[in-house]
Design a protein around this ligand. Sequence first.
Ligand code: FES
Ligand code: FE2
Length: 443
Amino acid sequence: MLTRDDNELLSRVGPGTPTGQMLRQYWLPCLPSADLPDADGAPARVRLLGEDLIAWRQTDDSVGLMQNSCPHRGASLFFGRNEENGLRCVYHGWKFDTEGNCVDMPNEPAESNFKHKIKATAYQTRERSGVIWAYMGPLANPPELPYLEWNLVPTEQVQISVRLQECNWVQAVEGGIDSSHVGFLHKWFGDERNERGVSNMYRATDLQPRFEVADTDYGVLIGARREAGDEGYYWRITQFLLPFYSMIPPQGVNPAIGGHAWVPMDDETTATWTVGWHPTDAINATNRNQNLSQTMRLVEQYGLDPNVAGVLPATTQPGGKWRPVANPRNDYMLNQQVQREKLFCGIVVGRTQDQAMQESMGPIYDRTKEHLGASDTAIIRVRRRWINSAIALRDQGTPPPGALEPQAYHVRSVSQVMKRDVVWAEEARRLMGVQPGKPIYAV
Ligand code: FES
Ligand SMILES: [Fe+2]
């Protein structure tokens, strides 16, 4: 459990909060490029770390990101005219560039220099491999984007989707690094997938893996150890990368790797980015390791809504394109018959299963009430890294781990059988580095 103060410290992300300041030291995934498709096209509302912002793609294709509220008298720049490399407020015509400078003030006398005194809050952006990133931190020259492999491979080798999640970012990340729920929440009854393949066999035969954690420069290695008989131990090694990324261990032959980024929109809303990537091959139905076709067969068999994995009609509100059809208002489309016959939890889409559990804890979970066990080792360690990082920044000005070291993010997750006397974290460090042509280590 956490004290009330620590829980509060961890959960709040707005300007001036210790964790909010810590998060602002990192580049943040802001929008998929596809959400801002056209130069001089419609601006998009963005909410990031509790701030209401407006994003627009300029004439020269660069992306601006500034406060939504016009510095003149507060009208929303969502209604603004996106023209000639700037965003012009339609109320009185003030125009802004990507640095937040007022470059035109047509309702003031021509000889006035008032416009030079106006500076809006604006943030730097970068765009790579279909993702627009934002930097809300203090540095005029921030480091490069993190060398996450999914953000470096050609776009056909990566698959990205974003969903809005109605809860605090911490419980979403905690769900993502909590390996012990996988054998329960995501379990299919009588499905050959439970027994198929070496990794599934180890997972099926050892239901109480032992969890170990090791700190890294950028986060935490999370090892789940299972018995592998004469071979030794089967290790599934998840990466947690500060401030909010995970990489799930790959499995099978020539698999893609999956991961997440849980980006806080505000204290009670999170943008859940799901990524899948392959280092050498285009992403396809075989290597992306998703079970959507199996889910859709279930949908057909039980006469469920075929749009169960889809999104609601787009709105122009922040995250308005990312709202899942299955949500708390319809109990995530839980089906009791499916729960009795097919799935441990009865919610048919895998990611919705996670979403339902994490949101059902309430908008901001009160961790003074929880009871953590041995299977929660990773969660305990990651919380400690977050809290220590936020306090070190607040009290000593120390940049949090990885924030200034983009190269540190050039890693993969791993699953391997190792001899019993091998030091798993050392072996993992050997296997997990990213190099061109280096295979993914997975069984
Ligand atoms: S409120 Fe925007 S120009 Fe007046
Ligand atoms: Fe899960």
